[in-house]
Design a protein around this ligand. Structure first.
Ligand code: UDP
Length: 325
């Protein structure tokens, strides 16, 4: 059986991936410094004979070296996440995203281990055409706007991973995650859906930024984890970049209404200007939609969970949290 190392494994997506791999009979080791991850996300796995974890920063090279030497494959998900956090802590964003990936790749090279590198749809930037194809040009905004540091740092991660593949033959697969949602996602770092659900459950105003007409595609984390797992098992995926996400668009205003309806909430929906929500001059994307052609050609994968089902799962998760608060 495979022994997987998941960096950022106590995070939202990482912990769901850990669940999936454990269920498949694999051994899983998680390394996470709990900067945005939470022990609570992996508490149910603690004590499982195939599960191990280290509460540690991936830039602790001694710990990382040992963990990489012991595993067969690395799922590198540790990163600074969330628009809110990126804007308030740009130094950390750049240093963690670039420095962390650098040590993971260097260590993987030492032991010749496969690395599955998590990237983001942010690297497309403003985009030049819809839907976004993996080999499209990217258009980022100016360096005076912190938001773009995230896209640039993840683009460097991709360049570096591909360079390790080309120059020294390291097996790497890059996956660009589009908006991913589901239970355990925190609203604390800016992600829209948990924020809407929490506000609706508390009967507090739901804050829609901008005019609410911007569109996103939300994919259930269980589907995302299936895609990552499938890609990790395919030799044909090595050295390639893949989009993972849903391609069903919804406006953020519609999303707010849907959440209000499914929670049965009395919350008002309020429009908040971007300058107030983030920082002066904040640039948002009007649309962000993945082309799924490439992943469909390579795997059997399709996003399977409806947005309503996902919203209901998140509502159930936060209701449960309230009960135990
Ligand atoms: N958004 C919102 N209210 C919030 C949080 C986010 O209206 O409380 C908007 C945000 O401006 C963006 C969309 O929802 O247009 C998705 O935001 P998120 O941060 O979840 O993801 P991303 O911006 O990376 O797509």
């Amino acid at each position: 059986m495979t022994h997987a190392l998941i960096t950022g494994g106590a995070g939202f997506i990482g912990s769901h991936l850990a669940d999936r791999l454990i269920a498949a009979g694999d051994t899983v080791t998680v390394i996470d410094n709990l900067s945005t991850g939470r022990y609570k996300n992996i508490a149910h796995l603690d004590g499982h004979p195939n599960f191990h974890y280290a509460i540690e920063d991936i830039r602790n090279i001694h710990v990382l070296d040992r963990l990489v030497s012991e595993c067969d494959v690395i799922f590198h998900l540790a990163a600074a996440v969330g628009v809110q956090k990126i804007i308030s802590q740009p130094i950390d964003t750049i240093e963690v995203n670039i420095g962390g990936t650098e040590v993971v790749l260097q260590t993987a090279r030492r032991y010749r281990k496969k690395v599955m590198v998590a990237s983001t749809s942010e690297v497309y930037g403003k985009g030049i055409r819809f839907p976004f194809h993996e080999d499209d040009d990217t258009v980022l905004g100016p360096t005076i706007r912190s938001r773009w540091s995230y896209a640039a740092s993840k683009a460097i991660d991709e360049f570096l991973a591909l360079a390790y593949h080309r120059e020294v033959g390291l097996p790497v697969v890059i996956f660009r995650l589009f908006n991913t949602v589901g239970p355990r996602q925190s609203g604390q770092y800016g992600m829209v859906l948990p924020r809407f659900v929490q506000a609706a459950l508390a009967n507090e105003p739901i804050s829609v930024y901008g005019d609410g007409e911007q569109q996103r595609c939300f994919c259930n984390v269980a589907d995302v984890v299936t895609a990552i797992h499938e890609l990790s098992q395919l030799p044909a995926a090595v050295g390639q970049v893949f989009n993972i996400g849903s391609n069903e668009e919804i406006t953020i205003m519609e999303l707010a209404q849907r959440v209000r309806q499914r929670t049965g909430s009395q919350s008002d929906i309020r429009l908040i200007p971007y300058d107030e929500a983030y920082e002066a001059g904040f640039e948002d994307f009007r649309r962000r939609i993945p082309s799924l052609d490439k992943i469909r050609q390579t795997t059997e994968w399709e996003p399977a969970t409806s947005l309503d089902t996902t919203i209901d799962q998140i509502i159930a998760y936060y209701r449960e949290e309230q009960t135990h608060a």
